[in-house]
Design a protein around this ligand. Structure first.
Ligand SMILES: [Fe+2]
Length: 309
């Protein structure tokens, strides 16, 4: 097995690993260490299909089953289908947006998974199954690297502060990190039905703006634009301006790694210290991707109602 940095960023590429065979203890330890060091691991053109993806994911923690059976890929409860397929309104499970004047299926702004919950899962591994003729890249930004670029004065201003998050029914209703001129072309039935029950099912949560990685003590910039509503301690224009400024460091394009997928590529990301986004595909394309969900909780998130009480 070879592990080397790629793209000059904090991303490690793992090659020479035979995923058709069980992973021995030494290999597992080396992979776990690399995961803590870099946060993003790329396994180009991995063999072994979904079984190998599941086995590799289990090196980094227990796997979560998706609660909705319809979301299971190939009948595996621990493998979620995150594909884009063209469909008529009400049929498609993925919304269409106009971004920078282009209509895109499966576009997602910079986010981390389940940020709108008080417990945030450890990470996941994505596998490319069927690729579109163009587009479909996934962007990743490491937030230990992002914290390192923060000016000292800004570090001091956000020390001890928290951000309130609550999910929105679609990305045009986001307050932060929304591309100019973003339009919702076609929503999905699931997201539309969610709008009425957000306050009941997804109450606001709070996460610290900075925390230290448990294994190394390195500071993580723990701020994502999607679902962010305000700084908890500064619910005013000054707080919004501060959050806007900090977010520009979190999603700085100069720090982004864009994964240009090939079939059977696997990408593992640490959901506690990276943000990611999907550039989307032309609306007539099919893009089939499957994802595992690695369980865990960094235990620093709270429900806003618990803080207030
Ligand atoms: Fe995601």
């Amino acid at each position: 097995m070879m592990i080397k940095p790629i793209a000059g960023k904090t991303v490690l590429e793992v090659t020479g690993l035979d995923l058709d065979k069980p992973l021995d203890a030494g290999t597992r330890k080396a992979l776990q260490d690399a995961f803590i060091q870099a946060g993003i691991l790329v396994f180009p053109r991995a063999t072994g299909g979904p079984e190998a993806q599941l086995a590799l994911s289990r090196c980094f923690g227990e796997l979560l089953q998706h609660p909705v059976k319809e979301a299971w890929a190939e009948g595996y409860p621990e493998l979620v289908d995150v594909s884009y397929r063209p469909g008529r309104p009400g049929e498609s499970t993925v919304a269409l947006y106009e971004v920078d004047g282009t209509c895109r299926g499966g576009w997602l702004p910079w986010h981390s998974d389940l940020r709108y919950m008080h417990r945030i899962n450890r990470g996941g591994i994505l596998r490319a199954v069927e690729l579109p003729r163009e587009g479909g890249r996934t962007g990743f930004i490491d937030q230990i690297a992002a914290y390192a670029t923060l000016p000292e004065a800004l570090r001091q201003r956000i020390d001890g502060l928290h951000v309130v998050y609550q999910v929105r029914p679609d990305f045009t209703q986001e307050k932060f990190g929304k591309p100019e001129g973003l339009k919702l072309v076609q929503n999905t039935a699931v997201l539309e039905s969610m709008a009425e029950r957000i306050d009941r099912d997804f109450p606001a949560v709070v996460h610290p703006m900075v925390y230290a990685q448990a294994e190394t003590g390195r500071k993580v910039l723990n701020v994502v634009p999607t679902s962010a509503r305000r700084i908890h301690e500064m619910p005013n224009a000054e707080g919004d301006a501060l959050l806007e400024e900090v977010l520009s460091y979190a999603v700085n394009p100069a720090l982004a790694y864009w994964h240009d997928w090939r079939e059977n590529d696997l990408v593992l990301w640490d959901n506690w210290r990276t943000v990611h986004c999907a550039e989307g595909v032309p609306p007539d394309c099919v893009r089939v991707m499957q994802r595992t969900t690695i369980a865990g909780d960094y235990a620093l998130g709270r429900k806003l109602s618990e803080l207030a009480a």
